[in-house]
Design a protein around this ligand. Sequence first.
Ligand code: AHM
Ligand code: MG
Length: 350
Amino acid sequence: MTKAAESLEQSIKDATAERGLDRDCTTLSRHVLQQLQTFSPQAQDLSALMNRIALAGKLIARHLSRAGLMEGVLGFTGETNVQGESVKKMDVYANDVFIAVFKQSGLVCRLASEEMENPYYIPENCPIGRYTLLYDPIDGSSNTDINLSLGSIFSIRQQEGEDLDGSAKDLLASGRKQIAAGYILYGPSTMLVYTIGRGVHSFTLDPSLGEFILTEENIQIPSHGPVYSVNEGNFWQWDESIREYIRYVHRTEGYTARYSGAMVSDIHRVLIQGGVFLYPGTVQKPEGKLRLLYETAPLAYVIEQAGGRATTGHENILDVIPKKLHQRTPLIIGSREDVAKVESFIQNGH
Ligand code: AHM
Ligand code: MG
């Protein structure tokens, strides 16, 4: 072999080894810094915030994986939350995990979640920690006791103003104020998907390392997909326009239904394979079931960053300004063409 050929072979080997190492070693916190291309204080904060969210995800995943083996993990607490829903022990555990990982972090001053009527303040982090974490600790609670997929949803906002009276009025702003959002999916493996407004990236938890490792960068949702994901048990409670859309899907070739009861997993499927997820309003609940600040807005941010869309049927989810912390919105989210199709039924009747 000539010297030139030897050197070429060596550089190919080096490049391959480097790529191999990269594949194994792009951790979440490193990825955030790479995305921002700076070590500024805000970039460091975001990286540390994501690291803490990842820690919460690891703790919840560990607890879930042993749930059937331990006493007192599954089942209901007997309490009802602010939404009027029965609280599961796992909801309480996961809610507390997020609080615990942000205590003494100096990062987050307030946390607001589905499980708490009012935001939880960490006074020692205020005003150093100028961020608020909005979260749904366990998405798809009804799957908890039967060992099926669950999720956690998170959104980070910068605190605006002093919030001296503790009313958190600055949170009543549109989803465009989110500086990071994403979800953790507890499935056969645990995945974390996030955006900081620079595309959508997924990570898989490697249990042997205890680290989330980069799986896919800059995920793009297909512009159309076969899946429609909706609880058809509500058919007779929907508006006629949604019923007409579902009839259209039934008589059109190429559609397939998927609905797991946990929208993080249903929307993850739609993100990867394309299609649409719907939770429309019903007669009893015209605003639907899902909450804006910690359910629909973070997922809308992720899907929009991946090239998809999210709407109430009349307004982009990211433009909705809530009047209260636990405000609900109808949700139609997914591939651009599929969301547009549902919208056209809602707005034009076909
Ligand atoms: P949760 O956060 O209390 O679990 O509620 C949200 C979940 C979604 O994940 C899921 O799509 C929906 O509620 C299921 O509701 P339904 O049983 O009405 O279809
Ligand atoms: Mg929820």
